[in-house]
Design a protein around this ligand. Structure first.
Ligand code: HEM
Length: 450
């Protein structure tokens, strides 16, 4: 793409373009320090190139807020061709403007506080079963186990799966996810081709779940049931095709992210036994046994801080891309229409001017943060662009409260039951793509707490 003409009074951001065509793709994706290095060299607004397109790199909380305010006005979401083709046009992530806002209001009906109360028993029973299974095995790599668990919970609540989820479905979902960021060549042996076929089977499964629910005449109180009953501003329901695609995007958006958050939480708890002890003591005091309640989980302040700090240190989504639909000004520079841009969560969370010793795991830093937060308590909202694991603005994570609930339920049930010890000699350096998690998958020795 060529840069539109910029008048003499307008200044383009400084920067560099990298290799022909791919630009600085490799550095952007695989160098976790790329943003920080660019900022040190060129300041908070700089330019790079990615697959033949200019891109404005913005840094700092004010610029994050600028992009949040600019959603649908001067920026909109953008995805690689493979993702667009696999997600399809009828999903919240790929819808734009007024349609996006209307669909959000409709889908949000399945994520209201009252709905979440109804999801907690399914979360608790699946997490408890998984933890008991892990305790029987003693030593295991947690990442794949947690991946299956988060999928099972999502499948129970979104596809109406009653028993332990069919492994073929888990496999199809993984094949689908593996094709999302690939070259979109639809051939029998390519990752994209396999993902497309897995998508067809997943959509067929979702259609069958929708039809069975409609035939039964009862919608039910899970995500599928609430979305079948949900109505748009003008009173219309989602069509069968769109409902299935929207459910698929909910599965996609929630699965890897939660898996990363929970795996990293377990690792950090094992590495910081004093903090895990505080979490366990708090859980013993507030909710030592029996069914979990939303009210009790909301009283787990130390647990919440440990989870919030996990998402600060290793945010499951490192950054979000946008394309500029109308030129805008930032810090004296012009970002022309057609450029890519985005906000960078990981770089913001690692900014030493915002978080002291940003590489250190310190849940207590949120005690100070809470005092300055307009919401009073640790709150996952990006209230001032500093702490944004769930993004911000019109595209703030739709499943944020669902995710926070599942993470708190998991932490409480783990703390009730398990002592944690990392197995020796494992590679705990972080892999960043597609979500951050340790290379070893976190091999853990779990034993019952005495
Ligand atoms: C969007 C993070 C869990 C559904 C987002 C965004 C972030 C995010 C950063 C904004 C992306 C952007 O600005 O382009 C996370 C994290 C999670 C999590 C860290 C777990 C720890 C979930 C879950 C669900 C979900 C469990 C569904 C049940 C969505 C959807 C969007 C989204 C549908 C798109 C919203 C829109 O475009 O309007 N998430 N997410 N997420 N998330 Fe999550």
């Amino acid at each position: 793409m060529t840069t539109p003409t910029v008048s003499a009074s307008q200044r383009l951001p400084p920067g560099r373009s990298g290799l022909p065509f791919v630009g600085e793709w490799f550095q952007i994706l695989f160098n976790p320090r790329f943003g920080a290095e660019r900022r040190a060299e060129f300041g908070p607004v700089s330019r790079t190139r990615l697959f033949g397109r200019d891109m404005a790199l913005l840094a700092g909380p004010e610029n994050n807020m600028l992009l949040f305010r600019g959603e649908h006005k001067f920026v909109e979401a953008t995805w690689p061709a493979s993702t667009l083709k696999l997600l399809g046009p009828n999903t919240l992530s790929t819808q734009e403007g007024e349609l996006h806002l209307r669909r959000r209001r409709l889908l949000a009906q399945a994520f209201r506080p009252k709905a979440l109360v109804g999801y907690l028993p399914a979360m608790q029973s699946r997490i408890t079963a998984a933890i008991e299974h892990w305790l029987r095995r003693g030593e295991l790599a947690l990442y794949p186990e947690i991946r299956t668990l988060t999928f099972e919970i999502a499948a129970a609540l979104m596809m109406g799966a009653r028993e332990r989820t069919d492994l073929a479905l888990v496999h199809d979902f993984e094949t689908f996810a593996a094709g999302l960021f690939t070259i979109p060549a639809d051939l029998p042996l390519t990752a994209f081709g396999r993902a497309k076929r897995a998508r067809r089977r997943l959509i067929a499964h979702l259609h069958a779940a929708i039809d069975a629910r409609l035939r039964s005449g009862e919608t039910g109180q899970d995500v599928l049931g609430l979305l079948l009953a949900a109505r748009d501003d003008d009173g219309s329901a989602l069509g069968r095709e769109e409902l299935a695609e929207q459910m698929l995007v909910l599965l996609f958006a929630g699965h890897e992210t939660l898996t990363s958050g929970l795996t990293n939480f377990c690792m950090l708890m094992a590495q910081h036994p004093a903090i895990y002890e505080r979490v366990c003591a708090e859980v013993r005091r507030v909710t030592p046994e029996g069914p979990l309640t939303v009210e009790a989980l909301a009283r787990l302040a130390d647990t919440e801080r440990a989870l919030a700090e996990t998402l600060r240190l290793q945010p499951p989504v490192a950054a979000a891309f946008r394309k500029c639909i109308r030129g805008f000004e930032v810090e004296g520079f012009t970002v022309p229409q057609g450029w890519l841009t985005g906000y960078r969560i990981r770089d913001t969370h690692r900014d030493a001017s915002l978080f002291e010793e940003p590489g250190r795991f310190d849940p207590d830093r949120f005690a100070v943060f809470e005092e300055t937060c307009p919401h009073g308590r640790v709150h996952a909202h990006a209230h001032d662009g500093r702490y944004l694991p769930f993004g911000g603005g019109a595209r703030i994570c739709l499943g944020m409260e669902f995710a926070r609930l599942e993470m708190r339920a998991f932490a409480a049930l783990l703390a009730r039951r398990c002592a944690l010890a990392l197995a020796p000699d494992q590679d705990l350096t972080m892999k960043q793509v597609p979500v951050p998690r340790p290379r070893s998958g976190v091999v853990m020795r779990l034993s019952p707490r005495t």
